[in-house]
Design a protein. Structure first.
Ligand code: SAM
Length: 281
């Protein structure tokens, strides 16, 4: 396919978002930038090559990730000093659980202009579908694969009064739902899968309900896992609601642990909850 002449871009680094599944989501400004730059830094030249083939773009591709040594970074930035250079990732917005942070930081330190050409990001698409509060959210990337480290992260985030957003994979979903059920009892959860693709779905419910669904229907494809914020005001939680939270937590933990988890997640008094947990046990 022949390429129409594009407006001349100024020298600098262009952070260009690409689709997360549906190729129709590439922005016209992204196409113009990808055509107009002198070279494109990318995570995987094969993946980016496929996208460019679909878009009819011929470009010089340079492999880059944030673990590349400083010389590789310097070579890209040497070029960006005099020519426009783009950074893309395999899918979605670069730097969001993808390489680019070190490159942007180094570009800024060198006084090289950085321009963002925005587009899809799975975290934001999931937030628009889940029906969970969006006024405050905390994007926390991937949960660690090991159970102890995963629980430590959930412990750290338990008192955050915002919707939590995680990237997740099908094989790890069950373990993450189980850990969320234990560490953040009483929260509403959403699983947003295959966003912008043919089999896009978004399911909401308790971690237990979603775990049962996905045990029967092993999840395929890419996943965003969202956890609703703790109940609005601790004082608004009635005794019956507190009992329900404790009973759920007691299914998987001793009284002291159940009380501590519910107290932390809902801003309640741990000692009082411990006494009540012993009564309920
Ligand atoms: N930079 C990308 C972005 O802006 O969304 C994310 C890259 S991260 C390496 C890849 C993860 O994003 C996947 O494992 C999945 O959790 C999530 N993801 C990417 N595309 C997705 C999609 N179409 N549906 C659901 N989740 C997706």
């Amino acid at each position: 396919m022949s390429q129409a002449p594009e407006p001349v871009l100024k020298a600098g680094l262009y952070i260009v978002a690409t689709p997360i599944g549906n190729l129709g989501d590439i922005a016209p400004r992204a196409i113009a930038a990808l055509r107009g730059v002198a070279a494109v830094a990318c995570e995987d030249t094969r993946m980016t090559g496929k996208l460019f083939h679909h878009l009819g773009i011929k470009q010089r591709l340079i492999r880059y990730d944030d673990h590349a040594d400083e010389r590789a970074r310097d070579r890209i930035l040497d070029l960006a000093e005099t020519e426009p250079v783009a950074l893309v990732s395999d899918a979605g917005t670069p730097l969001i659980s993808d390489p680019g942070y070190r490159l942007v930081r180094a570009a800024r330190e060198r006084g090289i202009a950085v321009t963002s050409v925005p587009g899809p990001s799975a975290a934001i698409v999931a937030l628009t579908l889940a029906g969970l509060p969006t006024d405050r959210f905390l994007f926390a990337g991937f949960l660690p694969p090991r159970d102890k480290a995963r629980r430590a992260v959930l412990h750290e985030l338990a008192s955050v009064r915002a919707t939590l957003v995680f990237y997740e994979s099908g094989p790890r979903l069950a373990a993450s739902l189980a850990a969320i059920g234990e560490m953040l009892p009483g929260r509403e959860v959403a699983v947003a899968r295959e966003l912008t693709k043919l089999y896009e779905e978004c399911r909401t419910g308790t971690p237990g309900k979603l775990a049962a669904h996905y045990a029967a229907n092993p999840p395929k494809g890419e996943i965003v896992l969202l956890v609703g914020p703790p109940q609005a005001e601790p004082a608004a939680l009635g005794a019956a609601a507190v009992d329900a939270l404790l009973i759920a937590a007691l299914k998987n933990a001793k009284a002291s642990r159940a009380a501590a988890d519910v107290a932390r997640a809902h801003g309640l008094d741990r000692k009082a909850l411990y006494a009540r947990a012993l009564e309920l046990k």
